[in-house]
Design a protein around this ligand. Structure first.
Ligand SMILES: NC(=O)c1ccc[n+]([C@@H]2O[C@H](COP(=O)([O-])OP(=O)(O)OC[C@H]3O[C@@H](n4cnc5c(N)ncnc54)[C@H](O)[C@@H]3O)[C@@H](O)[C@H]2O)c1
Length: 361
């Protein structure tokens, strides 16, 4: 075996101090040593099934809680019993919560660590590509209240993030592609040069984990620049919603048949096309990005997205009204990703319909 690749640790400056992302290539079995002291683990149940022997020291701790990583687990009424269990297990204000899982486990652990005792430290071991390359930094938690998804939330970064790329080997392909969608997004935001470099290596993403891991590191370094400027998402960080307004509407209109990051990938292609059709983006930029975007969503290109449901979901987006939409699109000669206001009129509807029709062709 050759030498292991070296990844930089990444330090993030937040309002509550510096926190660090470390890459650990020594394997899932070595994770326990990162978390000494009075720790309470919250672990994705699926990982307990898949990595039972490697995570043995963690799973056999009396204070470890296993949680099923499904959207319903983020329901506020299902979070309170977890807090009760932590209390019964003796959690104190000086304890540390360690979350091991993807975005669902992250959201639950971050939320609890913000509200319990008005703040308990937490650490995070992200295990999906989406959480490793994107959500692990940025401080946010989102919890559901009935039909209102992600309506409750807090900002509290973990003290430490440990990324073990080995976890990616057990992910389903659709989960990998979902994470790749977010990696593509930050590279487009970083500018044409960054995206073009990604495009040259894109074909290796699904069969060379070392290439993919390098792009996790790159994606985090790009995101870091923005969250350090706007941790609380009041300004420039909004552009990270690129692909998301359309993506959320696709998820909603298809009853969540399309995984999040893949819906975002479709959303980026849709934003690029609408910008190009309106003369807001030179079409060469749209054409430059399209092959990579299409390749990432090809398995879902034939999904039926009902137009009425799609437009209604866009209107429900909290940034939008019935006749005005706030969208994020690459604009101008430099394809700079920016906020743009657009009329929710017949022209817009027709362009959405055209995109969805052509997507299936
Ligand atoms: N807080 C944030 O900043 C933020 C950002 C984006 C998304 N989210 C939230 O994250 C959630 C989605 O998270 P996600 O996409 O990371 O996935 P997830 O946590 O929903 O997990 C997806 C599936 O993969 C399984 N899994 C996790 N790690 C695995 C591994 N290594 N091998 C095999 N299976 C594994 C899980 O058990 C689950 O079945 C949504 O609820 C979304 O709202 C939060």
């Amino acid at each position: 075996m050759g030498a292991l690749p070296v990844y930089d640790s990444i330090e993030i400056q937040s309002q509550s101090g510096i926190y660090k992302v470390e890459f650990d290539l020594s394997g899932v079995g070595q994770l326990f040593r990162h978390f000494p002291g009075d720790v309470h683990f919250i672990v994705d149940q699926e990982l307990a099934n898949l990595y039972g022997s490697e995570l043995d020291q963690i799973l056999t701790c009396e204070k470890t809680i296993k949680v099923i990583a499904e959207e319903g687990s983020k329901e506020i009424s299902r979070v309170s019993p977890l807090i009760e269990t932590l209390l019964k297990n003796g959690i104190r204000r000086q304890s540390t919560i360690v979350a091991i899982g993807g975005g669902v486990i992250q959201d639950i652990a971050c939320f609890i660590s913000t509200v319990l005792y008005r703040g308990v430290d937490w650490n995070f071991v992200p295990t999906t590509l989406l959480s490793q390359a994107d959500s692990c930094i940025g401080s946010k938690s989102s919890i559901n209240l009935g039909a209102f998804k992600n309506i409750l939330g807090t900002f509290k970064p973990p003290k430490k993030i440990v990324i073990s790329p080995e976890f990616l080997t057990s992910l389903e392909r659709k989960e990998i592609q979902s994470g790749i969608g977010e990696i593509i997004k930050v590279h487009i935001i970083d500018g044409p040069e960054s995206f073009d470099l990604l495009a040259t290596e894109f074909d290796l993403f699904t069969n060379d984990m070392s290439v993919l891991s390098r792009y996790i590191e790159r994606a985090l370094k790009i995101k870091k620049k923005y969250i350090e400027l706007d941790e609380f998402d009041k300004g420039i960080r909004n552009i990270f919603n690129y692909g998301h307004s359309f993506g959320h509407a696709i998820e909603s209109a298809t009853d969540f048949a399309v995984p999040h990051g893949i819906a975002v990938t479709i959303g980026m292609d849709m934003a690029n096309n609408i910008a190009a059709w309106r003369g807001l983006l030179p079409s060469e930029h749209r054409d430059r990005m399209q092959p990579v975007l299409k390749a990432n969503y090809s398995a879902y290109a034939n999904v039926d997205v009902p137009l009425d449901g799609f437009i209604e979901a866009l209107q429900r987006d909290k940034k939008n009204t019935v006749d005005k939409l706030v969208l994020i699109m690459p604009l101008g000669e430099k394809a700079e990703v920016q906020k743009v206001k657009m009329d929710n009129d017949l022209e817009f509807r027709n362009q959405c319909e055209k995109f969805l029709r052509e997507m299936q062709a």
